[in-house]
Design a protein around this ligand. Structure first.
Ligand code: PLP
Length: 394
């Protein structure tokens, strides 16, 4: 047996990546599998961003950058916060990281001592609990009930806060539910965090993917006090279809940003230089592609949602953002002879040849996650396969 450290022995691999791998394996073996597991836009990165990155390399920008990122990129991020949210961040309050995921990882490493608690509303993005645990922290789950659009209330939050609570994570728009917290809801949660001195980690990576006239509000824009209490996490992966470039960032309290920068200087040194030049172009160039992709997602959502809810045993709250549907499939599982949605999902992959991610990995065992970051044609085929599977087996 390999001499592994205790901290990685309890680490669970990402369910999302596991499903994607399994679907690819079946595909490679010749099966006609439709994968709805993807957590990334299916568009290529806009051409002007690719061109800018190539140009930067040809101009010789192929060396280390400061650990917190290129000053020019931080300046673009600051500009974006000002124009989108009306928040003033100094460049010293911004740190660029190797994806939003690594920004979060670094944040928990600098925030948490052993035993510190982080409140994680369920359903949650799969990496939050693992990242908190890797930093010695303890995840404390608060259930976002489906009857409350999967959102937590101030009363629930208040009941979960102890003298060990360091932070709470807010992810709006949410992966996996697609729900958005309103300004009033954020204000109420924020007031409570201020009064109990609980930090707010606000993951806003799906900020640009919002539908049906809904609006993204950052909890940090509500008041100067809440800006001080919040670390915003964001990045270009989902907004500009740049998942492989690995550029994300954190913005907030200067001392926290400094500590994160110090840590990064000993782990990544800096996010990839070429990718940072691409991100500068993403924020300083035209935003038409961002809107084009958003519109495409919205059209898919509207088409596929109506078909999905016609499947016997499936109910679904209509998402307001991101690119996932998170239907409750417990009844559909039972109709087809399964006790657990996990088994139902496995059968969907094996028999209907549709890969969905079981909700258990997100702390919501009655649900499944379907990504609509794939063509409308494939989405319609996938939903009709699920429908046939349920009808045939019930
Ligand atoms: N936060 C959420 C909620 C996500 O869904 C993802 C990606 O799946 C990330 C953060 C990480 O994004 P990045 O590609 O910037 O690491």
């Amino acid at each position: 047996e390999a001499k592994l450290a205790g901290r990685v022995k309890s680490l669970t691999p990402s369910t999302t990546l596991a499903i994607t791998a399994k679907a690819k394996e079946l595909k490679a073996a010749g099966h006609d599998v439709i994968g709805l597991g993807a957590g990334e836009p299916d568009f290529n990165t806009p051409q002007h961003i690719i061109d800018a990155a190539v140009r930067s390399m040809n101009e010789g920008h192929t060396k280390y950058t400061p650990s917190a990122g290129l000053p020019a990129l931080k300046a673009e991020i600051a500009k974006k916060f000002k124009s989108d949210q009306g928040i003033d961040y100094d460049v010293s309050e911004i740190m660029v990281a190797t994806g939003a995921k690594h920004a979060l990882y670094t944040l928990f490493q600098v925030l948490l001592d052993d035993g510190d608690e982080v409140i994680i509303p369920t359903p949650y993005w799969v990496s939050y609990p693992e990242q908190v645990k890797l930093a010695g922290g303890v995840p404390v789950y608060v259930e976002g009930y489906e009857s409350n659009q999967f959102k937590i209330t101030p009363e629930q939050l208040a009941a979960a806060i102890t003298d060990k609570t360091k932070a709470v994570i807010i992810n709006s728009p949410s992966n996996p539910t697609g729900m958005i917290y309103t300004k009033e809801e954020l204000s109420a949660l924020g007031e409570l965090c201020l009064s109990k001195d609980v930090l707010i980690v606000s993951d806003e990576i799906y900020e640009k993917l919002i539908y049906d006239g809904n609006k993204h509000i950052s909890i940090a824009q509500i008041s100067p006090a809440l800006k001080e209490q919040t670390i915003i996490i964001n990045g270009v992966s989902k907004s500009h279809s740049m998942t492989g470039w690995r550029i994300g960032y954190a913005a907030g309290n200067k001392e926290i940003i400094n500590a994160m920068t110090n840590l990064a200087s000993h782990s990544t040194s800096n996010p990839t230089t070429t990718a940072q030049y691409g991100a500068i172009a993403a924020y300083s160039g035209p935003q038409d592609d961002v809107e084009m992709m958003r519109k495409a997602f919205e059209e898919r959502l509207n088409t596929i949602y109506d078909q999905l809810v016609q499947i016997p045993g499936i109910t679904c709250i209509k998402p307001q953002g991101a690119f996932y549907l998170f239907p409750n499939a417990q009844k559909a599982a039972e109709l087809t002879g399964f006790n657990h949605v996990d088994e139902f999902s496995a059968a969907l992959l094996e028999e209907a040849k549709v890969a969905v991610v079981p909700g258990s990995g997100f702390g919501a065992p009655e649900n499944i996650r379907l990504s609509y970051a794939t063509s409308l044609d494939l989405l319609e085929q996938a939903v009709s396969r699920i429908k046939e599977f349920v009808e045939k087996n019930s």
